[in-house]
Write a protein that binds this ligand. Structure first.
Ligand code: NAD
Ligand code: UGA
Length: 464
């Protein structure tokens, strides 16, 4: 089966970069990324490629190279579906905020809308690919909708979860540890569809790294992979608290443990808590699925990863208050970093939002500097929590363009994102501008403690 036309529904953090890389590596395939969000599509089509809506190192160069040649961004969803041989569904699957499973289950309404739209538009056979992260067995629901709501068109449903991490998306896509493709291995048509997708990836990924499985294994592997990664962060964060009580240093413990090749060194960096759009959502979803099968122990086991993470964010903020003589009311606190990790402008579930909210409840005055996050986004993140009115957020929080401006006359600095540029700041200059004693809280173990203490900072780092 030769694929000439690919459509991707959803031009977000996954759809945009993934399709840009496919377009670059498969120059003979036409790739159209569609979205209902007009503003987002307009940004993807901005003549100045620096204005595309997602910041990822290396992404703008690929978009510049491919856009208008074999990569297109459009709001005409119907047309792209009609033309495509292969359709990736890469829409958001957030945690439900209403009804059954509220706060736990994945909200599949956007997925279902895509399926119904495909069924309504398609005139010839299609391969439909789950790129979004979905509960195990979603493919059965998709197939049901497509087969029953369509007009006799035949569909093959594949699961092809995405494992890219933000900030390194382009590198992860170019050189993935593995590509996972789940499909109907029992039938000839199913295997043919899987082969068609394998061939797309085989343009640049070595065949031995392309795994094919049954569709349920593929769906469940994605949730499991995220749960395992997040579990490692919560595990080391749990130990960070014990380190603070015992004089052990979490970086040293992490190194000693991670050098065991059976454990491995990655994802053992203690922090103010993991953020991002997926870890929490996907674990909650896993917990929910386990509960629906009445597997209480399984559910409780994974839920603890989230409980630990919430505790870590809260305890970091509580420690700031306690260290500053049990009150931060009216004190100016500079937050360096708002993104959930470095090298991205994404702030979804960022620990910074929760730390700020806690400090605002204690009536602190907050000033934020982040090299990539806009003022509009920061206010929108705080407003979304609903802890206070939008006006109150705008009164208590200021967003500035320079770290030096953020720290002027501040009582304390908290480093909440591990941006490289924070290491290179003139810390003596920052110290000189601050009120004394000048507190410095490192939520990322980014800064070298000795020199900061020599300057005169009251220095606190997670897990030390
Ligand atoms: P996102 O919110 O950035 O993008 C989703 C896009 O889909 C939005 O622009 C939205 O407007 C669009 N959309 C929703 N319904 C639509 C419809 N009916 N028709 C057309 N467009 C529609 O989300 P994301 O971060 O790209 O994540 C997408 C999926 O990929 C999620 O399931 C997520 O769990 C998964 N995932 C995300 C990452 C990541 O790093 N962000 C990594 C791996 C997997
Ligand atoms: C994560 C996974 O790494 C990807 O494989 C997956 O595709 C993606 O989720 C997804 O499904 O959305 P991402 O959330 O972009 O990617 O970024 P990570 O690098 O995993 O970081 C997540 C959070 O954990 C960040 O807040 C990061 O600062 C934190 N973290 C990570 C730590 O605190 N310590 C670590 O050692 C590693």
């Amino acid at each position: 089966m030769k694929i000439k036309n690919i459509c991707c529904i959803g031009a977000g953090y996954v759809g945009g970069p993934t399709m840009a890389v496919i377009a670059q590596k498969c120059s003979k395939v036409k790739v159209t990324v569609v979205d209902i969000n007009e503003k987002r599509i307009k940004q993807w089509n901005d003549p100045d490629v620096q204005n595309i809506p997602i910041y990822e190192p290396g992404l703008s160069e690929i978009v510049e190279e491919t856009r208008g040649k074999n990569l297109f961004f459009s709001t005409d969803v119907d047309r792209a579906i009609d033309e495509a041989d292969m359709i990736f569904i890469s829409v958001n699957t957030p945690t439900k905020t209403y009804g059954i499973g509220k706060g736990m289950a994945a909200d599949l309404k956007y997925i279902e809308l895509c399926a119904r739209q495909i069924a309504a538009v398609a005139k010839n056979d299609k391969i439909v690919i789950e790129k979004s992260t979905l509960p195990v067995r979603t493919a059965a629901a998709l197939k049901n909708i497509l087969d029953n709501a369509g007009n006799g068109v035949k569909y093959q449903i594949l699961s092809n979860p995405e494992f890219l991490a933000e900030g390194t998306a382009v590198e992860d896509l170019r050189n993935p540890d593995r590509v996972l493709i789940g499909g109907d291995v029992e039938t000839e048509e199913g295997r043919e569809a899987m082969d068609a997708l394998v061939n797309i990836y085989a343009s640049w990924v070595p065949k031995e790294r392309i795994l094919t499985t049954n569709v349920w294994s593929s769906e469940l592997s994605k949730l499991t992979a995220n749960a395992f990664l997040a579990q490692r962060v919560s595990s080391i964060n749990a130990i960070s608290e014990l380190c603070e009580k015992t004089g052990a240093d979490v970086n040293e413990v992490s190194r000693a443990v991670g050098m065991d090749s059976r454990v491995g060194s990655k994802f053992l960096k203690a922090s103010v808590g993991f953020g991002g759009s997926c870890f929490q959502k996907d674990i909650l979803n896993l917990v929910y699925i386990a509960r629906t099968y009445n597997l209480q122990e399984v559910a409780d086991y994974w839920e603890q990863v989230i409980i630990m993470n919430d505790h870590q964010k809260r305890r970091f903020a509580a420690n700031m208050v306690q260290t500053m003589y049990n009150t931060v009311a009216g004190k100016k606190i500079a937050l360096l970093g708002w993104a959930f990790k470095k090298d991205t402008n994404d702030t979804r579930e960022s620990a910074a939002i929760y730390v700020a909210d806690y400090l605002l409840n204690e009536q602190a005055e907050i000033v934020v500097y982040d090299p990539k996050v806009t003022e509009e986004q920061i206010y929108s993140d705080l407003d979304y929590l609903g802890s206070r009115s939008g006006d109150a957020n705008r009164q208590a929080v200021t967003v500035v363009d320079s770290p030096y401006e953020a720290c002027e006359d501040a009582h304390a600095i908290a480093v909440l994102t591990e941006w490289n540029e924070f290491k290179e700041l003139d810390w003596q200059k920052l110290y000189d501008q601050m009120l004394k004693p000048a507190f410095l809280f490192d939520g990322r173990r980014l800064l070298e403690p000795k020199t900061k203490k020599e300057i005169g900072f009251e220095f606190y780092a997670i897990g030390n």
